[in-house]
Every structure is written in structure tokens, then in C-alpha cells.
Ligand binder design. Structure first.
Ligand code: NAD
Length: 259
């Protein structure tokens, strides 16, 4: 699929690596000026091409968020596409039942994965409303639609992202702004590949069991999530809003294995 994003300005949070990086690179390949932003070092891709911009942005820091949107407007005069991708998962040591979840762990995860999406969307939509144009794309998760055990904060945050997406969509439609979410299933980022390479036999078993739930029998490639983001970013997708697009190889459609 080719989408002409020439002249469009796209901010992608958490685009230093993983899914965010794949989305940012794909938008850049389709002609967009991309603001690579991350709490860690933003991608070197931004430095390699003067069309792009690199921003250090922590989505949990209100001042940082406003400064980032201001910097984008100062540089390009507009913001067409905002992808809320930055997120953290549940560390293995924190995978515990609800009675044992530490309050600090809960707050941190909600802060990054849900409040971060709200804060960036708030600032981005304020810039988009006067333009009468915008595409906001939130990265939720299949676990925001169907929860998994031992990840209560994550499943709550990602469900929050999914419903926030719909709430924003119905408010912003009148301004020509669409708001949609992608719910990725298991996705093969570099972090995931490193984990598989170093996995213990117990972890490999766990992974095999997880894959047996996915009808496609494999994780997504990051470019496959980026492809869905490109569809939602397309100026021609103007009538697609308030949707949660699962890109999961059929995972949450039903039970794919015999019990
Ligand atoms: N990989 C998967 O299997 C999978 C599945 C479903 C949903 N997701 C979601 O996709 C998104 C990207 O995940 P990924 O697998 O590419 O992760 P990743 O860890 O590879 O990349 C996440 C990026 O976000 C950045 N980040 C973390 N906290 C931040 C903050 N406070 N402010 C700004 N940036 C921050 C990190 O530095 C990192 O570069 C996340 O929202 C995640 O929940 C991932």
C-alpha cells in the first residue's frame, strides 16, 4: 500500500525503537516529516534527514509534552498526525495477582500507558483543532480488549486507551480529526527477539503455548503494525474514526487450540 504523506507532519512517541520506530520509519518512507521522540535517545534517523526532527520527550511530564508540541508547531507550523505509541509493559517480577500488586507499580504503568496518551492527545488536539485536520492513532493492545492474568495495571491502562480513543473521536470528529487505536497482539520487536534468544527452556515453553493461541501461529512483525498505522494516517481514511483495529493474527477472535 502506498499513501502519499508528502508535506504531512507526524509525531510518534516512543519511536526510539520497536513498534514506534517502525511506524515513524514507514511514515518517513511515505514522504512525511517525522518527529522522532522518545524518553531515551530518539532515533538517529531523525539526524540523517533534515526533513525530520528528534525530540527527547517523556510522555508523563506535562511540561515536556507541551514543549514538544510547541517545538513541532514552531518548526513546521502544524501537526497532522500524532501516534501515541510510548508504553511500558509488566516486568516479569511484577507479574503477580491483584492482591500483591505494588501501588507504585500500578501508578507508574497507568502514568505512562494511559495518562501519557491523554496528555499528548490533549496538547496535540489543541494544535489540530484550529487546522481542522488531524489523525490521532493510539497504540493499545489486545490485552486492552481481552485481559490476561497477572497484568492488572497493563490491562486496565490499555482498556482505558481503547475507550479514551472512542471518547476523543466523538468529540473531535467535528474538527476533521479522526482518532483510532491499534491493538497489537504479540509483536516481534528487537526486545522480544533478544528475550527469545536468551530464553530459558521454561520461557520457550511459555512462548510456544502463547503462539498456540494465535491462529497465524506467529507474532506480528513491527512493519505489519506500521502498515495498519499507515492506513489510519491516510488522508483518505477520513471517515474511519473511533475504531480499535486488532492486528493480532486472529488471536482474540476465538479459541485457536484444543484444550
Ligand atoms: N511488542 C508487543 O508485543 C506489543 C503488544 C501490544 C501492544 N504493544 C504496545 O506497543 C507500544 C510499543 O511497544 P514496543 O513493544 O515497541 O516497546 P519497546 O519497549 O520496544 O519500545 C517502547 C519505546 O517507548 C519508549 N518509552 C517508554 N516510556 C516512555 C515515556 N515515558 N515517554 C516516552 N517514551 C517512552 C521507550 O524508551 C521505547 O523506545 C507500547 O505502547 C506497547 O504497550 C506492544
Amino acid at each position: 500500500m502506498r499513501v502519499d504523506l508528502t508535506g504531512r507532519v507526524a509525531l510518534v512517541t516512543g519511536s526510539g525503537k520497536g513498534i514506534g520506530r517502525a511506524i515513524a520509519d514507514r511514515f518517513a518512507a511515505e514522504g512525511a516529516s517525522v518527529v522522532y521522540s522518545d524518553v531515551e535517545a530518539p532515533a538517529e534517523a531523525a539526524a540523517a534527514d533534515p526533513r525530520h526532527m528528534a525530540l527527547k520527550l517523556d510522555v508523563t511530564d506535562e511540561d515536556d509534552v507541551q514543549a514538544a508540541i510547541d517545538a513541532v508547531i514552531a518548526r513546521y507550523g502544524k501537526l497532522d498526525i500524532c501516534v501515541n505509541n510510548a508504553g511500558i509493559g509488566t516486568a516479569p517480577a511484577d507479574r503477580v495477582t491483584i492482591d500483591k500488586v505494588r501501588i507504585a507499580q500500578w501508578k507508574r504503568l497507568i502514568d505512562v500507558d494511559l495518562t501519557g496518551v491523554f496528555m499528548v492527545s490533549r496538547a496535540a488536539s489543541a494544535a489540530m483543532i484550529p487546522q481542522k485536520y488531524g489523525r490521532i492513532i493510539n497504540i493499545s493492545s489486545v490485552l486492552g480488549l481481552v485481559p490476561m492474568r497477572l497484568q492488572s495495571a497493563y490491562v486496565a491502562a490499555k482498556a482505558g486507551v481503547a475507550n479514551l480513543t472512542k471518547g476523543m473521536a466523538i468529540e473531535l470528529a467535528q474538527h476533521g480529526i479522526t482518532v483510532n487505536a491499534i491493538a497489537p497482539g504479540s509483536t516481534a520487536t528487537d526486545g522480544w527477539r533478544n528475550w527469545i534468544n536468551d530464553a530459558t527452556s521454561e520461557e520457550r515453553d511459555l512462548h510456544a503455548r502463547l503462539m498456540s493461541h494465535i491462529p497465524m501461529g506467529r507474532p506480528a512483525e513491527t512493519r505489519e503494525i506500521a502498515h495498519a498505522a499507515l492506513f489510519l494516517a491516510d488522508p483518505d481514511s477520513a471517515f474511519v474514526t473511533a475504531q480499535i483495529l486488532a492486528v493480532d493474527g486472529g488471536w482474540i477472535a476465538g479459541f485457536a487450540r484444543d484444550f
